[in-house]
Design a protein around this ligand. Structure first.
Ligand code: GSH
Length: 202
C-alpha cells in the first residue's frame, strides 16, 4: 500500500499511528508530499480530487481518503481492535470526531496565519477556532476520561494527534493550562510506539 503523507499533518500522523498499532507499518510505503489549498505543490490531486493528505492507495489500487475512512479500512483489514464494538461505540466515535474537529480548528488557525496574506488575516476567525478547541478540552475532561485508558483505540489516537498538533503549531496557546488530567494522560500516551514513532520532525 502507498500512503500520501505529510510530516506535519495530524490526520496523516493518525493513520500512521494506527498502522503502528495494527502492525501494518511495513506494508505501507510512505510518499511524502507538500502543498496547501492555494499551492497544491506535490499533493496527490491525481488520486484525491480534494488534494488532501492522508490518501491511501491499497494493494488493489483502490484509492481511500479521509483519515477516518483509512483508519477504519486498515483496522478492518486485520480485524483490529481500534474500533471496539459495544455499548459505548458511538461515544468513542464521537471522541474520535472531537479529536478530528480539534485538528480542523487548529489547521484552520494555522492556514489563516501561514497561507492567507497578512493584510487580510481575520483575527476573530482565529479566536473563534481556538474557542472550539478550548471547549473541546473542557468537554473531554468531563465526558471521556474513562475512554482514555485501556487498549489503544482510534479515538485515543485522534486525540493524541490533535494534542500533538497543538504542541507542534500552537504551543503559545498553552493547552495544558487548566487541563491537568488530559496533560497527564498525554504525557504517558506520547510514549507509546504509535505516538513516539510518528512525532513530526518539524
Ligand atoms: N478530513 C480530512 C482527513 O481526515 O483526512 C482532512 C485532511 C486535511 O485537511 N489534510 C491537510 C491537507 O491535506 C493536511 S493537515 N491540506 C491541503 C488542502 O486542504 O488542500
Amino acid at each position: 500500500m502507498q500512503l500520501y503523507y505529510a510530516d506535519a499533518s495530524p490526520y496523516a500522523r493518525k493513520v500512521r499511528a494506527c498502522a503502528v498499532v495494527l502492525g501494518l507499518s511495513d506494508k505501507i510505503e510512505i510518499i511524502d508530499v507538500t502543498g496547501t489549498p492555494v499551492n497544491t505543490g506535490s499533493m496527490p490531486v491525481d488520486v484525491n480530487p480534494l488534494g488532501k493528505v492522508p490518501c491511501l492507495v491499497t494493494d488493489r489500487d483502490e484509492v481511500i481518503y479521509d483519515s477516518r475512512v483509512i483508519t477504519a479500512y486498515l483496522n478492518a483489514s486485520v480485524n483490529g481492535t481500534l474500533y471496539p464494538e459495544g455499548q459505548d461505540k458511538w461515544s468513542k466515535l464521537t471522541l474520535e470526531a472531537t479529536g478530528e474537529g480539534m485538528m480542523d480548528a487548529a489547521l484552520s488557525m494555522v492556514y489563516e496565519k501561514r497561507v492567507r496574506p497578512a493584510e487580510i488575516v481575520f483575527d476573530d476567525w482565529i479566536e473563534g477556532q481556538w474557542t472550539k478547541i478550548a471547549r473541546a478540552l473542557v468537554e473531554i475532561e468531563k465526558r471521556w476520561v474513562d475512554d482514555l485508558s485501556g487498549s489503544i483505540t482510534a479515538a485515543q489516537i485522534a486525540l493524541g494527534c490533535a494534542l500533538g498538533y497543538l504542541d507542534f503549531r500552537l504551543d503559545d496557546r498553552n493547552w495544558r493550562d487548566g487541563h491537568k488530567t488530559l496533560a497527564a494522560w498525554y504525557e504517558e500516551f506520547s510514549k507509546t510506539d504509535a505516538m513516539a514513532l510518528t512525532a513530526p520532525q518539524g
